[in-house]
Design a protein around this ligand. Structure first.
Ligand SMILES: [Zn+2]
Length: 92
């Protein structure tokens, strides 16, 4: 992706590019499920249950719409993967 547009660009741009602003991107993190967790998976609509025996994980996504924080979504890790990781690789 090395398109060089610097050469002979005498044209005046009618539309100036938007000023550089911080872009809020939806992101996903992986967290262990706490006891008393009451979040429902955004894919299967099931409660993401705390299990004492295993270290259950959940994917928590901060979803931004039009550069503004919109909502938090919770997922079972397997559901999130099945959905094609809509908000990217979850960070630990
Ligand atoms: Zn699920």
């Amino acid at each position: 992706m090395a398109t060089d547009t610097s050469a002979s660009s005498s044209q005046t741009a009618t539309e100036t590019a938007a000023p550089k602003r911080k872009r809020w991107k939806s992101r996903a993190v992986s967290r262990t499920v706490d006891a008393g967790n009451s979040a429902y998976c955004a894919v299967c609509d099931e409660l993401i249950k705390f299990r004492a025996r295993i270290r259950a994980e959940q994917i928590i996504c901060n979803v931004y719409v039009k550069n503004r924080w919109d909502r938090v979504e919770h997922y079972h890790p397997e559901c999130y993967e099945e959905a094609g990781s809509p908000y990217g690789e979850p960070k630990g």
